[in-house]
Design a binder for this molecule. Structure first.
Ligand code: AMP
Length: 251
């Protein structure tokens, strides 16, 4: 059993857990995977992280989920750095590298999880990738692979504008592709579903621009290190997951 408590260390500036991972069942002899999931907003990384977590027994860690969880903290509990980060997020911009990496460093317990990790949404820039490598090297760990999910822009817009997220547990639904059983209510916990501020049209455009500008050098970096694996993000989630697992067999 891989057990990642994901507990924030004392003095951490966000009191929400980065790691969605409760204990995960791992089969004997199962390989430990330390992976980064890359892809534009709407490419289904979050859903894929959850599916891969089930199949590989690794813990999904999402920086975007932490920022969203931190949004519901009372303002008095939000440090100035966190308030600044959330303002960037609401405008659809990237949060500054130092702030993001400070957050990841606070969650070292998640990265050291015995089942491995699936880092979703980080790194987003070359500086974050270098900083992540340094952090992993300090812990005597290396990245096994970077899964890059690819999708045409028209499909991305359709997906994002229909996406609904549970405010309580973070589960993701879609108005047509994955509707909840009861309108606007989460199938898993009964929480209310809402559209994320950054899934609205103006923020989607800003996020796509920010994504392209920031990740181009990151892709080169991982390509040169021969860890980049391309995965088509078209099709249903299980199909995409099977494609990713097939790609991992080459590693
Ligand atoms: P996501 O759920 O990964 O799309 O992230 C939602 C938002 O959180 C992004 O649009 C950014 O504002 C912020 N964010 C999450 N991860 C990062 C990161 N690694 N670097 C910069 N900003 C991030």
């Amino acid at each position: 059993v891989g057990r990642c408590r994901g507990s924030p260390e004392r003095g951490g500036w966000i009191n929400a857990s980065l790691c969605a991972g409760a204990a995960r069942v791992r089969q004997a002899g199962q390989r430990t995977w330390r992976l980064v999931l890359l892809g534009p907003p709407g490419s289904g990384k979050g859903t894929q992280a959850a599916l891969l977590a089930e199949h590989l027994g690794a813990c999904p860690l999402s920086t975007g989920a932490v920022f969203r969880a931190a949004q519901s903290l009372p303002v008095r509990d939000q440090s100035p750095a966190l308030q600044e980060a959330l303002a960037h997020m609401r405008r659809g911009e990237l949060v500054p590298d130092e702030t993001v990496m400070c957050l990841v460093r606070e969650r070292l317990a998640c990265l050291r999880c015995s089942g491995g990790f699936l880092l979703d949404g980080c790194p987003r820039t070359l500086a974050q990738a270098v900083s992540l490598d340094r952090l992993l090297a300090e812990q005597r760990m290396t990245l096994d692979a970077v899964l890059r999910y690819e999708l045409p822009i028209g499909e991305i817009v359709l997906r994002l504008s229909g996406r609904r997220t549970c405010g309580a547990c973070g589960a993701i639904f879609h108005v047509t592709a994955r509707p909840p059983r009861r309108p606007d209510l989460c199938d898993q916990c009964g929480g209310r579903l809402a559209q994320r501020d950054d899934d609205r049209a103006d923020a989607i455009r800003a996020r796509m621009d920010a994504y392209r500008a920031a990740t181009a050098p990151l892709l080169d970096y991982y390509e040169r290190r021969r860890v980049l694996l391309r995965v088509s993000g078209l099709g249903d989630p299980e199909e995409i997951c099977a494609r990713a697992r097939q790609a991992l067999r080459t590693k």
